[in-house]
Design a protein around this ligand. Structure first.
Ligand code: SF4
Length: 76
């Protein structure tokens, strides 16, 4: 169902990634390496941390390349 490689969903949240906006600051990988993985595909693993931690890290993305949506309530 999810055919867009830059959209990642689980039961709680959806994280989207826009490679055209990313400035490769690696803030996401350094901040939450179990979720934002540099050498694994798919590179975003939503099972790597609780949803609240993922949402907090997404908000720190300096370029806006990462966006996060709570399935019950839009948070970004
Ligand atoms: S934090 Fe944002 S800008 Fe930095 S590498 Fe991750 S997606 Fe790209």
């Amino acid at each position: 169902m999810n055919t867009d490689p830059n959209v990642f969903s689980n039961n709680e949240i959806t994280v989207t990634y826009n490679p055209h906006k990313c400035i490769n600051a690696e803030k996401c990988a350094k901040g939450l390496s179990a979720v934002f993985r540099q050498t694994v595909i798919p590179w975003i693993n939503l099972d790597g941390a609780p949803a609240c931690k993922i949402m907090a890290q997404v908000k720190k993305c300096p370029s806006g390349a990462l966006q996060c949506f709570n399935k019950k309530m839009q948070v970004a």
